[in-house]
Design a protein around this ligand. Structure first.
Ligand code: RIB
Length: 305
């Protein structure tokens, strides 16, 4: 099995269940409030560990209770946390998440120590990247650091997976060149390309714009509609795994992790996408970010074929 490194964010999620999202200027009575380990990077590392991958995480947390809890959670599923720096003068990243009765969410993040992940930290942990085969990143740490890691990983011949969330418009072509796989959802692809993407044909067009920018494969997750994969040779739609969603938090993170896990086991892209769909479709039936991730045994029981 190949080694995976996740370079990215760790957040303590403050989750509020609400009957519906407040409109601008509206006050809504929430049903409950809870704290759950999250952060797109940490969710991916946690999911990889829980599903049985060989994974190390690079990132930063504060020397506070949230940092302790996040590290403990990762270590509980055998994630190697030796790449995570504790920063005395910083507060661990936080996410404020409202989840409504349809399972949809709205998230506001406060970067905290995620914003203190620097090129210097990457240089200090560069051996972890060199030892890994697959490098996964998201956009909750500074983007110049994401690009720095990408350059390093491409030079070393690693498989580079970027989950471009939260999406940022107008990134230059050199940012994208050499990336093996990006995994936006349809909204993120629309932000990345500046295009209005409604129909399948438009989504394929949007994915091709990213291919022209130098990305080798684009996987667009489409929620209830399944997902789409586009590269220079082909475009393929994958049907959805139908479930009743309770909380979609970490759906994308669990997809990315399971997809990467399958690649690390030598599986082809098609099989990796199907595993991503199976895992994320289970995650959305459970509450929270890391609390929603299944084990591989659960995946095999729930989606036995
Ligand atoms: O993708 C879900 C994650 O986004 C949450 O866990 C939250 O921390 C935000 O980073």
């Amino acid at each position: 099995m190949q080694k995976i490194v996740v370079v990215g964010s760790l957040n303590m999620d403050v989750v509020i269940e609400t009957p519906h999202m407040p409109e601008r200027g509206e006050t809504v009575s929430g049903r409950s409030i809870s704290r759950v380990s999250g952060g797109k990077g940490a969710n991916q590392a946690y999911a990889l560990g829980k599903l049985g991958g060989d994974v190390t995480m690079i990132g930063a947390v504060g020397k506070d209770a949230a940092g302790d809890a996040l590290l403990h959670n990762l270590q509980s599923v055998h994630v190697d946390a030796s790449g995570i720096r504790r920063i005395e003068e910083g507060t661990t990243g936080q996410a404020f998440i409202a989840v409504d009765d349809d399972g949809d969410n709205s998230i506001i993040i406060i970067a905290g120590t995620n914003g203190l992940v620097t090129k210097e930290l990457i240089d200090e942990k560069a051996d972890i990247i060199r030892r890994s085969d697959i490098v996964i990143m998201q956009f909750e740490i500074p983007l110049d650091v994401v690009e720095y890691v990408k350059e390093m990983a491409v030079k070393e011949g690693k498989t580079v997976i970027v989950d471009p969330a939260p999406a940022v418009p107008g990134l230059p072509e050199h940012f994208w060149s050499g990336i093996d796989i990006i995994k936006p959802n349809e909204t993120e692809l629309s932000i990345l390309t500046g295009m209005d993407l409604k129909t399948r044909a438009e989504l394929v067009k949007g994915a091709k714009v990213m291919i022209d920018k130098g990305v080798k494969n684009v996987i667009v997750t489409l929620g209830k509609e399944g997902c789409l994969m586009v590269n220079k040779e082909r475009e393929e739609f994958f049907g959805p795994y139908q479930v009743k969603a309770l909380d979609t938090t970490a759906a994308g993170d669990s997809f990315t992790a399971a997809f990467a896990l399958a690649l690390s086991q030598g599986k082809p892209y098609g099989e990796a996408i199907v595993l991503g769909q199976k895992v994320s479709s289970i995650a959305v039936t459970r509450k929270g970010a890391q609390t929603s991730i299944p084990t591989m045994e659960e995946v095999q029981t729930i989606w036995k074929e």
